[in-house]
Design a binder for this molecule. Structure first.
Ligand SMILES: Nc1ncnc2c1ncn2[C@@H]1O[C@H](COP(=O)(O)OP(=O)(O)O)[C@@H](O)[C@H]1O
Ligand SMILES: [Mg+2]
Length: 329
């Protein structure tokens, strides 16, 4: 393509197009100047500009009321004038052009906004999570240095207990973050969901009993499915752990599975504190947590894994009454 001339946005031609809001045709401008007011400054300028950029027709691209671009057409090869139909056609496609350009633009902006906001959320969440254990390790280190001089064995014992625990917290966080950022490849096997559920529940049995949480299992006859058992285990672990944490004063945990339209549907219900309506839309966001010691990654990872299995996850909650997560796989 050959560049015929540059038009900046302060150009009078742009002003003129914004005013008339329709394609302008060089022939018509010349005709108007000859028949009427040959001294019209603006029209003369428009004529000169069109000639300068070698445009027989100049079509504005409007998105709503904003001029987002123009396109120009040189003289026809056969030297004929552009007809009214030509111009009409150009106007129509210019509208479609404008809409398409605007949409592409908007989409780009949204994508970017999305990326920026999740990057910001992740950075803020990371910083917050690491700061606490780090502060306690730093405090402990300072204290133990003195304790080593004075032979204060109590502080040294504290150090031995606390520091590995805090380091583990950071380690777990980094591990979870990596799983979230770069989920391991799916390692699929033909597995029975009920067996996976039972395996996970075994790990919770004692804790549930101690917390006065009654477990109700209602496993249906579900067929085997191609899944990554380790990752699905993680999904159930996260959901059951959340359910348990939502019932500090005991309650009931109900877990069911059934086959619906060839899909396995698993429900995990608790009678816990529930989730406020306005928070429902955030619970799957990384680092969203309402817990003092929560990392807010459990549901984000869960969502990732379910989506990678082409499954669905839904939540239904009544504050003060309980929450049900429904999975279909
Ligand atoms: N069963 C549940 N009952 C009540 N609230 C829940 C439940 N599951 C999740 N939530 C809410 O969703 C938030 C995010 O959960 P999650 O991603 O597992 O992070 P975390 O458990 O570390 O807070 C929780 O902090 C809690 O507010
Ligand atoms: Mg959790």
């Amino acid at each position: 393509m050959e560049i015929k001339g540059i038009i900046d946005k302060n150009n009078l031609l742009i002003d003129y197009l914004m005013r008339v809001k329709r394609p302008i045709v060089l022939e018509e401008v010349i005709f108007e100047l000859e028949s009427k007011d040959s001294l019209d400054k603006t029209l003369n300028f428009v004529k000169d500009e069109l000639k300068r950029i070698d445009a027989a027709v100049c079509v504005p691209l409007f998105a709503e009321d904003r001029l987002i671009g123009i396109f120009t057409l040189a003289e026809k090869e056969n030297q004929e004038m552009y007809s009214d139909e030509d111009i009409e056609f150009l106007s129509t496609i210019s509208n479609q052009f404008a809409v398409a350009i605007e949409r592409a633009h908007l989409h780009q902006e949204l994508l970017q906004a999305d990326k920026m906001s999740s990057l910001g959320t992740v950075a803020a969440g990371m910083a917050h999570e690491i700061k606490n254990p780090l502060a306690s390790i730093m405090g402990m280190t300072e204290m133990v240095t003195k304790a080593l001089e004075t032979g204060d064995s109590e502080t040294i014992e504290d150090f031995k207990k606390v520091v590995p625990k805090e380091l583990n917290r950071i380690n777990d966080l980094v591990q979870n973050l990596l799983t979230y950022a770069k989920p391991p490849k799916l390692n699929k096997n033909s597995v029975n969901i009920n067996e996976i559920l039972s395996d996970v529940l075994k790990l919770f049995e004692l804790e549930l009993m101690q917390k006065n949480i009654k477990l109700k299992k209602d496993f249906g006859n579900v067929s085997k499915k191609e899944l990554d058992p380790e990752q699905i285990k993680q999904v159930f672990t996260n959901l059951i752990l959340n359910a348990e944490q939502s019932m500090p004063n005991g309650g009931e945990l109900k877990i069911s599975s059934e086959l619906v339209n060839n899909q396995i549907m698993i429900k995990i219900s608790d009678t816990g504190i529930g989730i406020e309506n306005d928070k429902l839309k955030n619970i799957f966001d990384p680092f969203f947590t309402t817990k003092e010691k929560g990392a807010g990654l459990g549901l984000a990872i869960t969502y990732r894994i379910v989506k990678e299995h082409d499954g669905e996850i839904e939540v239904d909650s009544n504050p003060g009454q309980g929450t049900t997560f429904t999975l279909s796989l």
